[in-house]
Design a protein around this ligand. Structure first.
Ligand SMILES: [Zn+2]
Ligand SMILES: [Zn+2]
Length: 150
């Protein structure tokens, strides 16, 4: 479904759907919850023996952001991460400061917020809230570890 939409978008803007563009988008579809960086995408393609250069990966990602297929995220690590910009997938990001994993936090109030804004005439596009803390896994581990007990 994403691939078909991308093909259409590209055609409208007089771009071609190249195998590389399709591959990059597919990586994001297959790793949807992982918030990959450009280097991760390159590594995944490389490990699957696809010959796509790093420069192509970067350029393709920029194009996908520009066309609204990917959302660019920044978690203060000095790199950008990306996720599919699905409109039906409102969520916040919880960043674990111990393992670094990024969790998606879905809250029903987000839908209400969106509806309320739209009722007031605002055009909702996106929001960017990050919550920092310790994930359940790391919290459990740190409790078990006697060295960490206060
Ligand atoms: Zn953690
Ligand atoms: Zn996300």
């Amino acid at each position: 479904m994403y691939i078909e939409t991308l093909k259409k978008e590209l055609k409208e803007r007089k771009y071609r759907m190249t195998p590389q563009r399709e591959l990059v988008l597919k990586v994001f579809m297959e790793h949807d919850a992982e918030h990959l960086g450009a280097d991760d995408v390159y590594r995944i393609l490389f490990s699957k023996k696809h010959s796509v250069s790093k420069a192509t990966v970067y350029r393709t990602i920029d194009l996908l952001v520009e066309f609204g297929f990917l959302r660019r995220l920044e978690f203060g690590e000095g790199i950008y991460r990306y996720e599919l910009a699905k409109k039906d997938k409102l969520h916040h990001h919880f960043v674990c400061k111990i393992c670094g994993k990024i969790y998606e936090i879905k809250e029903s109030y987000l839908e209400n917020l969106k509806n309320s804004l739209e009722n007031q005439g605002f055009v909702f596009e996106n929001f960017d809230l990050k919550i920092y803390g310790i994930c359940p896994k790391c919290a459990r581990k740190s409790k078990k570890n006697p060295l960490r007990r206060k």
